[in-house]
Structure formats: C-alpha cells, structure tokens
Design a protein around this ligand. Structure first.
Ligand code: GSH
Length: 224
C-alpha cells in the first residue's frame, strides 16, 4: 500500500437490520464513502465475535483499522468528524433534547421488533413464550401510536433532517417488512407516508431494506 492510500471504512452487517441501515444512511448523508461486509450475526458468528466481542452488528471498521460498535456509539463518533453543516444533532438545546427523545423511541422500537422477530424465527419450535410476545407487541403498538401522534412536517424535529428521522424511518420500515401484521397502515397513516417519503430519498434508498439478505441467512416470514 502506498503511504497516501488509506483503507476504506467498512460497515459490517446486513440491510435487513435497522441498526446497520441507520449507520449506512448517516454515512451517506455525511458524504463518507464506505464498503460493506455482509456478515450475519447468526451464520457468521465466529467472524462476528472477532470484530465485536458481543458478536453483534452494526460494527464499523475505521480507515486506520479500529473497530467501533453499537449504532449509537458509531453515530456519535461520526457526528464528531462530520462536516459541521452535515451534522444530524441540532445545536439548539430544546431541539437536541427533543431529537434525543424521538431517537430513543425509534431505536427502542427497532429493538422490540427485533426481539419479537426472534420469538418466531430463531426459537426452537414450541418454545415461544406467548406472555412475552404479548408484552413485546404491546410495546411496539405503544411506540407506533406515540410516533403517529407526533406533528409530522417534513422532518420530525425542527426544519432539518436529524438522527431522530434516521432512527424512526428504519424502525417503521423494519416492522412493515418483518411483522406487517403489527403495522396497519390505516392506523398509522402519517407515519407511513413520512416513512415512504424518506425511504425514496437517495441517502435512504442507497441503503434500502434488503429482504434477500434476511432470507439468505435463515429468516422466514410468520404465517397468518
Ligand atoms: N441498539 C443496538 C442494537 C444492535 C442489535 O441488536 N443488533 C442485532 C442485529 S439487528 C444483533 O446484532 N443481534 C445479535 C445478538 O444480539 O446476539 C445498535 O443500534 O447497535
């Protein structure tokens, strides 16, 4: 390698993961080039453990080879090196607090959808826990109702895209794709229209949800 060559950043994970997509969309927005390593936390577990001691995604391998993991930590770091006019964290205190609140609901919703998906797709047949599933579905419904009730203008917080938009859009698309029975579009019309509008933007569509990456690693849809 010549001294002026630098290794590309590498985002590890699949585009059915809302957490991986959130980081990819942030990178696209900042204008930071990256390559992707499509590894599965299930099928490529040993390789994943060598990258992140928890074997989870997303992980980001930086130019100099350092590994960062956890979507929130990765985005916090990227925000600190992004061009100031591309940052996704409002500088105004009240807006920043609102952004953090909405982002937390978006990320938490994605985590609950993930846990709910595991109950079907990764448990041994007959070992699913109906009480736990009911609780997860209650939390998903509650978060979706809370997000639907937000004032939906172009962006969720202030007049510009923030981290809250990334978190909420990928979570909403995740439930539509993985557990559509929990997302009745007639009950969440504002959230659905906003989600679709954002997903059509180049920063989002360049990291579109990938059903084929999910199917390739053993995920299967629930039958209703
Ligand atoms: N809030 C975390 C969630 C990450 C997460 O749960 N990732 C899932 C994949 S979608 C995972 O790695 N699961 C494997 C495991 O927990 O063992 C983030 O944003 O990084």
């Amino acid at each position: 390698m010549k001294s002026h060559d630098i290794s590309p950043m590498i985002l590890v994970g699949q585009y059915d993961s809302p957490f991986v997509r959130r980081v990819a969309i942030a990178l696209n927005h900042y204008g930071m080039a990256f390559e992707r390593r499509v590894l599965s936390t299930f099928q490529d577990f040993d390789e994943m453990l060598a990258i992140n001691p928890l074997g989870k995604v997303p992980s980001l391998i930086l130019h100099e080879g350092d590994h960062l993991y956890d979507g929130r930590a990765i985005i916090e770091y990227l925000e600190s090196i992004a061009p100031p006019d591309r940052r996704l964290t409002p500088s105004d205190d009240a807006r920043r607090r609102e952004m953090l609140r909405v982002e937390a609901v978006g990320v938490g919703l994605a985590e609950k959808i993930y846990e709910r998906g595991i109950e079907f797709s990764r448990r041994s047949p007959g070992t699913e826990d109906p009480v736990w599933i009911e609780r997860l579905e209650h939390q998903i419904e509650s978060a979706l109702r809370w997000l639907e009730a937000l004032p939906h203008s172009e962006w969720l917080v202030g007049g510009e895209m923030t981290r809250a938009d990334l978190a909420v859009v990928v979570a909403a698309t995740y439930v539509v794709e993985k557990l559509p029975q929990l997302f009745d579009t007639a009950r969440f019309p504002q959230l659905n229209a906003y989600r679709q509008r954002c997903e059509a933007l180049p920063t989002f569509s360049a990291a579109a949800y990938s059903a084929s990456e999910a199917l390739a690693t053993g995920w299967r849809p629930e039958k209703h």
